[in-house]
Design a protein around this ligand. Structure first.
Ligand SMILES: [Fe+2]
Length: 482
């Protein structure tokens, strides 16, 4: 079925026309609809009747869907409209799929039955640029505390209205986290073992769309919002084919245990999984197309990110996340262990690089560690200053190097005077790690980097970094040197 996209730009002619052709539409909407006056006006002007249903929460329950199906049947509705974020669209999808099933859904009845296709017209208006749910055959609901992934082509909305006006009233945190969700969808689907030529095209286009529109979107311009909606939708089309991978498999528990928004949690994971995947790919590649293929995919993602190496792209993503000032919560070793145990191995089957439970324990310790994040911020800042220094003094350096590699290469170069080159891991990686450890010892969990005051390259090659952090609401100045 070909999905029709209406890029509305607050021009709801086609939407109104569609609505006027229905006798009684069943509208599934979340609370965001109260702020969307222009859509409400169109709904109120509709010739047909509209039955509103909002009795569900984020991470919707099966029971809410059952209630929706009951009302849909009693009211004899002839069509479904979903207006809202991913949860509203997922509830509407399930109501459509369950509406022609036998029984009343008691005791999980609808979950046990085979889905029989129906032709109920279904229109969706996403009000966040993130989940891409309007483009996928998947819906997620919860039954008895367990996540249920419902999959059927028949739940893909036949018409989607992409209206940038719906994003105007979102909070900045919602905008950032939903955008990160879309970006993670684009990246994870790109490297997924299920990717196809078509899905990779969607992934590439979504990555470019997110990066190109980020500034305008965060500033709430109409063009930025329109571009981000389209990018998130395109990322949805990519996961509809290739699905998500380890980033998403790891993030669900962070959301449910620590209350971190879904996209925020996914990005927390992707920023640390990515470099490790590049490192592990040679020995733990699980994509049947082989490690050369996977290596090429990492390079293709880098190209879409505007980077010249896979390592650089992984760091670019981390930098992008850190620049958004997203919180990095801290966990104890015990909590990291619980999170690692909770990762469902079945959901990891799409990941092109194999990880063990021990890897996840290590990863959660890195992911949920505010000191690590602050140290990453400093590494990025220092590497950028080093590049300026190289340029000023005409020093050659590896342009494909990531920030960490820039510093390691500098460490290798400053003593010998030999032009900087990669591959000095045995000597200089431990030296770099020692510096990071010393940096970590200076910091406390929860410190926030306020600014880097100065990065100075001394005559004998040592580098001093003065920076300021916020600790317990007080400003503290520190100096570190390598
Ligand atoms: Fe997601």
């Amino acid at each position: 079925m070909e999905q029709k996209i209406i890029a509305s730009d607050e021009n709801y002619e086609e939407f109104t026309e569609w609505l006027n052709g229905r006798k009684k539409a069943f509208l599934v909407c979340d609370k965001s609809i109260s702020l969307l006056t222009h859509i409400n006006k169109k709904l109120n002007e509709s010739k047909g009747k509209i039955i509103r249903f909002s009795d569900f929460e984020p991470n919707p329950l099966y029971e809410s869907v059952v209630e929706g199906v009951e009302i849909f049947r009693i009211e004899k509705c002839d069509s479904i409209i979903a207006i809202g974020g991913g949860s509203a669209i997922d509830v509407a999808k399930c109501i459509k799929l369950y509406s022609n099933m036998a029984g009343n859904g008691a005791d999980g009845g609808y979950l046990k039955q085979e889905i029989i296709q129906n032709s109920i017209p279904f229109l969706a208006v996403p009000t966040t640029a993130g989940t891409g749910s309007e483009a996928t055959k998947y819906a997620v609901i919860y039954y008895n505390g367990k996540k249920q992934s419902i999959t059927h082509e028949n739940c893909i909305p036949s018409i989607v209205v992409l209206d940038p006006g719906t994003l105007k009233t979102l909070s900045l945190y919602q905008k950032k986290s939903t955008m990160l969700d879309a970006l993670c969808h684009a990246i994870e689907s790109f490297w997924s073992v299920n990717s196809t030529k078509e899905s990779k095209e969607y992934s590439r286009s979504a990555i470019c769309g997110v990066l190109e529109n980020m500034e305008g979107y965060l500033a709430n311009t109409k063009e930025g919002n329109a571009g981000m909606l389209m990018a998130a939708h395109t990322a949805g089309k990519a996961i509809n084919i290739a699905q998500t991978t380890a980033g998403h498999a790891m993030c669900y528990k962070i959301t449910s245990s620590l209350g971190v928004a879904h996209g925020h949690a996914a990005a927390l994971c992707v920023r640390k999984i990515w470099p490790l995947m590049i490192k592990y790919m040679h020995h733990h590649c699980s994509d049947s197309r082989g490690k050369e293929y996977l290596n090429k995919v990492f390079e293709e993602i880098a190209e879409a990110m505007g980077c010249i190496s896979a390592e650089q792209a992984a760091w670019r993503f981390n930098e992008l996340f850190l620049d958004l000032d997203m919180d990095v919560p801290d966990v104890t070793n015990e909590e990291a262990g619980e999170l690692a145990d909770s990762v469902n191995p079945i959901r990891l089957k799409n990941n092109p690089v194999g990880f063990s439970v021990h890897d996840f324990y290590f990863l959660y310790g890195l992911i949920l560690n505010s000191k690590e994040a602050l140290a990453d911020k400093l590494v990025i800042k220092v590497a950028s200053e080093m590049k300026k220094y190289f340029k000023k003094y005409g020093i050659q350096y590896d342009r494909s190097a990531d920030p960490e590699r820039i510093i390691i290469d500098y460490m290798a170069n400053r003593k010998s005077g030999i032009p900087a080159m990669s591959g000095n891991d045995t000597v200089y990686l431990p030296e770099f790690q020692k510096w990071r450890k010393r940096l970590g010892d200076l910091l406390a969990f929860g410190d926030k980097l306020l600014r880097v005051l100065d990065v100075t390259v001394e005559d004998h090659g040592y580098v001093t970094i003065d920076f300021e952090v916020e600790r317990d609401r007080h400003r503290r100045k520190f100096t570190t040197r390598f």
